[in-house]
Design a binder for this molecule. Structure first.
Ligand code: BGC
Length: 835
């Protein structure tokens, strides 16, 4: 990870953890999912120290400094305990002293980049460092090793890079997404990691935001369900814990820039922004990470309302809350909220953070300063001992739950049986995520054509093929993408076949490949909207024109480079001028030849200015390891595309925000392609839509109804199809969203085949916050008639009486007694002012 990364950068939460300490008696159960043969010398020594599995005893043995050490996580770039490559301000001389001097609780090898991309070296490195820690720290408490395994365990060369989250959303295939998460967990655990900072559960609302590709969808209910499944998958290996992040409302910076302030409303928070996290929490993730931004004028890290009242008290979360990267310091450096690190730490820990994630230096304070500051806050009574102990307890309990006291290391041979696996799931997700945006009889290709394949994919400086960067995106063998977007020839790559290889393998006709220039922009905050540097040289133009003139079909790859966080923020959605010139040259040279665009991007990149010149457009997103096959299969008809957009594709950046569930009026806001759009090589027709029961007297006791619709494949090809039921019209005491997705189901039908599809409709998607502007009343499905639609088919569902499904209490802080008039937080505030 690049050093620059660190440069950018009341109440008490002492409620007792409800998580019962697993095997507090010290019973050494076989909780370790991997590495049963790997008990190290250090852990053998520990057999005599029975007390180490007794959390309370351990807690009582730790000094105040050591307790705070356990609450500290530091980014490291090496496994070598003798390494002196430690930022000057970090208060230690060597890496080993993090353990021998500070007794740190956790390590982050952030940015999807461990010190090496070699699997075996990584396992051995983590094991050796753990052994060093156990031997050299006073209490021999194993550390937690945290990573960003976000779309596969993409920290190792040869790993499976599953399609990015933007692709996952298009599949509506929660089962396979969960299977993929299960594989990620096995691979990360076999590597020696204990913690992955996934799933990202932030609503995908603003395509200007550089992390749009990490969102699953802009629909809160669907996002919640996918995130819940990912928690289940990621925690299916006993040795790994997941992180629901970034709590809450991280994804809606008002200016589209990462970590900028989110200006929203109580109604929006309670209707759309927070519910996905709440749903994900139902799967009981062991940890939650905090939003790096600020919400309605308050940094999330200092918000007791978010981190304690909402997260713990309302949503019942009893695990560990970790800060985001340097985020106490970010209250100074980014939010200008305070000029005192001490105040930031005090507010953060009192608000509900249990562990502070520290980056790799720059201006940001290191672990020694964090520990010293916290100790002094406790000594001065500004943070209670009770609050601090509760956080340390959570850290120790997590280590115990993961079996680290019994098995601190893993068996190095395990990783080889997992690495690069789950190809079937990866292929399936990649294929299911292909969204056919447009097709004027250009696709599928017959396979007999002579095809020109062109578009970005050649690094003119390194003289290497580099389209894989665009295919995998960020958090893949590097924070900004493979080797931080600056790959070396022969450097590490995830497993996978290129698009060119896959097309070549399936085509009977001749393939001419003319890759055009693309230099990914290595991280540089000064050029934060770069998303890649594209070129179209005279030589390339000549080759393209020559090949296009004689080709039967042209496939042009379009899109944007890998990117991440603020560096990926974009000011426009139109494609780079060099790509538009390329399309124009093809159109001019071969006006009658079918031209197909394949968009590889982490956002809705491209608009009518380019797509009007193309006969077909496939949105392939960032499809990962098996994206080559999925793209080739889609072009050649081996994969009949079935993906559906899980966000609105705006006409241009000037139309943002452009959300499918926006409130009316929506004049002049027609998206280029709407949520749910996705064509097929065959046709599907619907009939006989009905819903049972057709009338619900109380949604609280009947939260689900069943829709039934007949679907017929009336075309000539077999195909999969996602049937979706939307609420398209309703009236209530407040504005109703334009559309809401209530249920979806994938079906597979041969040509001429039909089926009756039954779909469970989750009525909680219809909940609104009724009442006037403040938006503080309990959430309800209001009484009334709800129009349900599948394509052009409609039916109606009647709700006789209003009822709450997910949250029958008013907003926290307004009416704790739910008696309709006790605004006690306000009363308390006024009392504080002496009024
Ligand atoms: C990101 C998190 C990530 C963390 C560790 C932060 O900058 O916001 O999503 O998990 O870094 O790499």
């Amino acid at each position: 990870m690049v050093d620059d990364r660190a440069d950018e950068t009341e109440g008490q939460h002492a409620n007792t953890s409800r998580r019962t300490f697993l095997k507090a008696t010290g019973a050494a159960t076989a909780t370790a999912g991997v590495g049963t043969g790997a008990v190290s010398a250090a852990s053998e020594d520990r057999e005599g120290k029975e007390g180490h599995t007794d959390i309370e005893a351990m807690l009582s043995e730790l000094t105040l400094e050591q307790k705070v050490g356990q609450m500290t996580q530091v980014d490291v770039g090496t496994f070598d305990p003798d390494s002196t490559e430690i930022p000057d301000s970090f208060g230690v001389e060597t890496l080993g002293e993090y353990f021998s001097e500070l007794e740190l609780g956790s390590i982050i090898s952030g940015g999807a980049s461990p010190p090496t991309f070699d699997a075996e070296e990584t396992v051995m490195g983590i094991n050796a460092l753990q052994e060093y820690n156990l031997e050299n720290s006073e209490h021999s408490i194993p550390f937690l090793w945290g990573v960003d395994a976000l779309h596969g365990n993409t920290l190792l060369a040869g790993s499976t890079s599953f399609p990015q989250r933007i692709n996952m959303g298009a599949t509506r295939d929660i089962e396979t997404i969960e299977d993929a998460a299960r594989h990620t967990a096995d691979s990360a655990a076999a590597m020696g990691a204990h913690w992955t900072f996934a799933p990202t559960t932030d609503l995908q609302r603003d395509p200007r935001w550089g992390r749009f590709y990490e969102g699953i969808t802009e629909d809160p209910t669907y996002l919640g369900e996918v995130s819940k499944a990912r928690v289940r998958g990621l925690e299916s290996n006993d040795r790994l814990c997941s992180t629901v992040k970034h709590f809450g409302a991280y994804s809606i910076p008002e200016n589209g820039n990462d970590r900028a302030h989110a200006r929203t409303s109580m109604r929006d928070l309670r209707t759309s922004l927070l519910p996905p996290y709440r749903t994900a929490l139902e799967a009981e993730p062991k940890t939650v990470m905090v939003n790096s931004g600020a919400v309605n004028g308050k940094p999330a890290h200092a918000s007791e309302w978010l981190l304690t009242q909402m997260l713990r008290e309302r949503y019942g979360f009893d695990g560990l809350v970790v800060s985001d990267y340097d985020d106490f310091y970010r209250m100074l450096s980014n939010h200008d909220y305070t000029d005192s690190f001490r105040r930031a730490v005090k507010e953060g820990l009192n608000a509900g953070v249990d562990m502070y994630m520290i980056g790799n230096g720059g201006e940001a304070p290191g672990p020694a300063e964090f520990i010293e500051t916290t100790v002094s806050l406790v000594e001065d009574g500004e943070i209670s001992m009770e609050c601090l102990d509760e956080s340390v307890r959570r850290v120790l309990e997590l280590k115990a739950e993961l079996g680290l006291f019994e098995e601190p290391t893993v068996d190095p041979s395990e990783i080889h049986s997992v690495l690069g696996g789950a190809q079937e799931e990866s292929e399936r997700l990649a294929e299911e995520s292909m969204v056919l945006l447009k097709n004027e009889d250009a696709l599928p290709l017959s396979g007999d054509e002579n095809v020109l394949l062109t578009g970005p994919g050649y690094d003119p400086v390194l003289d290497i093929e580099n389209r894989f960067l665009i295919r995998h995106g960020g958090w893949t063998l590097g924070w900004q993408g493979v080797q931080e977007g600056a790959p070396t020839e022969g450097g590490p790559r995830p497993r996978g076949e290129t698009i060119t290889e896959a097309v070549e393998g399936s085509l009977d006709g001749e393939l001419t490949h003319v890759p055009t220039d693309f230099r990914a922009q290595p991280y540089n905050p000064e050029t934060s909207d770069a998303n890649g540097d594209f070129g179209f040289t005279d030589e390339q133009e000549e080759e393209v024109r020559e090949a296009a003139g004689s080709a039967d079909a042209v496939v042009v790859i379009l899109g944007e480079g890998p990117h991440n966080e603020g560096f990926g923020d974009r000011d426009e959605l139109a494609l780079d001028p060099a790509q538009r010139e390329l399309v124009a040259a093809i159109e001019e040279e071969a006006p009658d030849t079918p031209v197909v665009g394949v968009v590889l991007a982490g956002s809705p990149r491209g608009g009518a200015e380019t797509f009007d010149s193309l006969d077909a457009v496939v949105f392939a997103g960032q499809p990962g390891s098996d994206g080559g096959r999925a793209v080739a299969g889609t072009l050649l008809g081996e994969n009949n595309p079935s993906g559906k957009l899980a966000f609105n594709w705006p006409e241009s950046v000037g139309k943002v925000p452009n959300n499918y569930d926006a409130y009316p009026p929506l004049d002049d806001q027609e998206p280029l392609y709407a949520f749910g759009h996705g064509l097929s090589y065959t046709d599907f027709e619907y009939s006989d839509l009905s819903v049972a029961p057709g009338s619900v007297s109380d949604p609280a006791s009947t939260p689900t109804v069943t829709a039934s619709v007949d679907v017929e494949n009336t075309g000539d090809e077999a195909g999969e199809h996602i049937v979706e039921v939307y609420n398209t019209q309703s009236f209530g005491s407040v504005l109703q969203p334009n559309r809401r997705l209530l249920g979806y189901e994938r079906v597979e039908l041969g040509s001429g085949e039909s089926a009756t599809v039954e779909l469970d409709l989750d009525l909680s998607a219809l909940e609104v916050v009724p009442g006037d502007v403040p938006g503080i009343l309990p959430k309800v499905v209001e009484a009334g008639e709800y129009e349900l639609s599948v394509g052009e088919e409609t039916t109606a569902l009647t709700v006789e009486d209003a009822g709450s499904i997910t949250d029958d209490r008013p907003a926290i802080g307004f009416d704790p007694d739910a008696d309709g008039d006790d605004y006690s937080a306000v009363v308390e505030f006024l009392r504080g002012l002496g009024r």
